[in-house]
Design a protein around this ligand. Structure first.
Ligand SMILES: Nc1ncnc2c1ncn2[C@@H]1O[C@H](COP(=O)(O)OP(=O)(O)OP(=O)(O)O)[C@@H](O)[C@H]1O
Ligand SMILES: Nc1ncnc2c1ncn2[C@@H]1O[C@H](COP(=O)(O)OP(=O)(O)OP(=O)(O)O)[C@@H](O)[C@H]1O
Ligand SMILES: [Mg+2]
Ligand SMILES: [Mg+2]
Lengths: 267, 267
């Protein structure tokens, strides 16, 4: 079982879109996949067609009331499930501030969950608060969706620093196993420059000789190209494969899934 | 003096880019403009070429240690100043949780500020936490940068609800005076559909007859078109006008500034 946190504190870089479409791509290969939506805006849930319902419990109840994940999980397609979020989660930062071991809540809920999956994928909000820290403490791996823009690259050192802190204090097995280039605009100088900067940054951080959580991080060769159909799919509450199976977006996410599966051999 | 919060809890919709470029466009007309960077990632500061320096106080010190804004403000161009942010601001949510009147801290600092500007523009982080609430309590007006995508539109009702709460409990004069369409891709069906949905939503919310903070909200006619030069300008730490004065981005932000100035007559 691979437990992966999709995180990046920069907003709008493709975290949710990648969580949903990569999860769907892996499910199409027969692997059992569970998405956990940790964003109070519940965009991953919405994108999978699971809309907020007044009295339905959500991941908020898991964290604040210890409701088992199995009671919250709903089907979202063949081999695909989602533990939905809701807006109450926005209060979790303050509500959990005084809870002992607040960073380990999700990890313990997942350990108690009888159902096993091939992949558990956690969509994180655009911040480094208690929800993202819960995901990093529960995960074995981190995938970093990244838009090849300057402001998105600017935050990588803080992202790495946070992952390092969690690895040292809360979750020694945590590694950054992949960086996913999203909304890639082929042919622009900016994309090429940012990619160069990123590669240089990885090489430089490795030269220190110290083993870090990103020492073995790879930049996936598949670029998720900017393609309006990917954004349209969200408005239909379906992954890209159900909406427009022959577009760039479907090919790119299928190709990314193949690279992710190829990593399994090495694990 | 107009005090404007640029906010949208959805990530990556163009808040920072619009704060910086609209502020620069207004400054080019001779108006005195101060940007306040309330995002812990300090992207507005970086985009204005004001890089984080160890030991330099920031808006964190204003909120947590009551340092006057005048001591924090640095020049960022002709008629343009910025009160920079820093990463310590990320802890403000938890650090201020127990502070009495934590939502009014920025409002009171601004009231004490001897220097008066024509425009004060606050860049908010992608959340509805204490930093954004401080901006809404200190502001007279809200501008909502919005990418014409489904997930961005999805959050508008929560955004309006939050502004309504702040207007009722903390700041009765607060209104949403403008919605700015960013990263607009002309000719795509999605942009046109989202724009229609947004217009319908505004009409519907007005029909209730009750006066709300968005009753007079206008969708600015200027669309900020997607244009890679706008993203490139951020990596040079300059507003678009200094980087590429003849591109779509410069024309769009200049046109937006003209619409914003035209609103002054009505104020
Ligand atoms: N490859 C793509 N091509 C075109 N549009 C895309 C692509 N990937 C994502 N988008 C759109 O870009 C916007 C940002 O993506 P998304 O919401 O997945 O990012 P995020 O990092 O999850 O944002 P947040 O920080 O708010 O959680 C969305 O409107 C989405 O539909
Ligand atoms: N008109 C545009 N054309 C092309 N790229 C743009 C445009 N406006 C903004 N961008 C780029 O899109 C990305 C998102 O914009 P920006 O960072 O301003 O959004 P934001 O809402 O402030 O994000 P966050 O939620 O992280 O604070 C940035 O990399 C920016 O350079
Ligand atoms: Mg998201
Ligand atoms: Mg921003």
């Amino acid at each position: 079982m691979r437990t992966i946190a999709l995180m990046n504190q920069k907003g709008g870089v493709g975290k949710t879109t990648t969580t949903v479409n990569l999860a769907a791509a892996l499910a199409r290969t027969g692997r059992k996949v569970c998405v956990i939506d940790l964003d109070p805006q519940s965009h991953a849930s919405t994108h999978l067609g699971v809309l907020e319902e007044a009295d339905r419990p959500s991941v908020y109840d898991a964290l604040v009331n210890s409701t088992p994940l199995a009671e919250l999980r709903v089907p979202a397609g063949d081999n695909l499930w989602v533990v939905p979020s809701d807006i109450n989660l926005a209060a979790a930062e303050v509500e959990l501030a005084g809870t002992v071991g607040r960073e380990m809540l999700l990890r313990d809920l997942m350990a108690d969950d009888p159902m096993k999956f091939d992949y558990v994928m956690m969509d994180c909000p655009p911040s480094l608060g208690v929800l993202t820290i819960n995901a990093l403490t529960a995960a074995d791996e981190v995938f970093v969706p990244l838009q090849p823009h300057f402001l998105a690259l600017h935050g990588m050192s803080k992202l790495f620093e946070t992952v390092d802190l969690v690895a040292r204090r809360l979750n020694p097995k945590l590694v950054i196993s992949g960086i996913i280039l999203c909304m890639y605009e082929t042919g622009t100088r900016l994309s090429a420059e940012i990619l160069n900067d990123l590669e240089d940054y990885l090489v430089q951080t490795r030269q220190s000789g110290r083993k870090t959580p990103w020492t073995d991080a790879t930049i996936f060769r598949t670029r998720i190209r900017r393609n309006i159909k990917v954004a349209e799919a969200a408005s239909f509450g379906r992954p890209i494969f159900d909406y427009e199976p022959a577009c760039h977006g479907s090919r790119d996410y299928a190709s990314l899934a193949r690279e992710v599966i190829a990593q399994e051999m090495g694990i």
